[in-house]
Ligand binder design. Sequence first.
Ligand SMILES: [Zn+2]
Length: 264
Amino acid sequence: MFSIVPIPAFSDNYIWCIVDDATRTAAVVDPGQAEPVLQFLKARQLELDAILITHHHPDHVGGVKELDAAFDPDIYGPADSPFKGSKVALSEGDTVNWHGLRFQVLTVPGHTLDHIAYHTAQTDIDEAPALFCGDTLFACGCGRLFEGKPAQMRHSLAKLRALPANTRVYCAHEYTLANLRFSRDLLPEDDALEAFEIACKQKRENQVPTLPTTLEEEIALNPFMRWDDPAVAAAVDKRRIEVDPALRGEDRIFAQVRKAKDSF
Ligand SMILES: [Zn+2]
């Protein structure tokens, strides 16, 4: 069995640390800073032997060099990336095997063009499948489209939506309450969203992370995952949000939600 711990970094990043208790080793996902990771490993007397990178942004890779110098871990990251510090370049369909825990690699361009996600169908982490999705999917949100196009991002999110519903979603940022303010404004009559917001506010008041959520929750609640939900279509239609006229159907609805959030 493995345990998983969020290591807070910067103002709202989580560096997810997967701990193999049997061997006292750890893997971290997207270490944007080395210092909090080094402190955590020292306190728990763990050796770092793997780093998983989702995309090239500095708040996800900034600590890699220092951790590499300290531990010489395996470093997995996307192929064709502006980040050149990976030792193993990954593409769609590749597998990462860490201590018997197998991760499928999915390419999920949109937030950046190099973005990948790691999914394990095994239930060795907190007894559920796990998804490390960086800045692609957030609780009730999704990453801004810095490099990709709306249709591309929707296609990436559709890949994640097709994973087992009980998958736990380990996002890289604690953006949940801000995302919920937008989601509730867009869908004020959605009772399930209201209940989720109350639960998340309670967690933050107690300094507890709102993450991970589950894919089941995101599919039901997240307006960026509900491009085929008539309630979301009606909400964006009412606002007459202008997007690229070439966009049609579900891509158009997704693009409208994303644009509404960009100016919220
Ligand atoms: Zn990013």
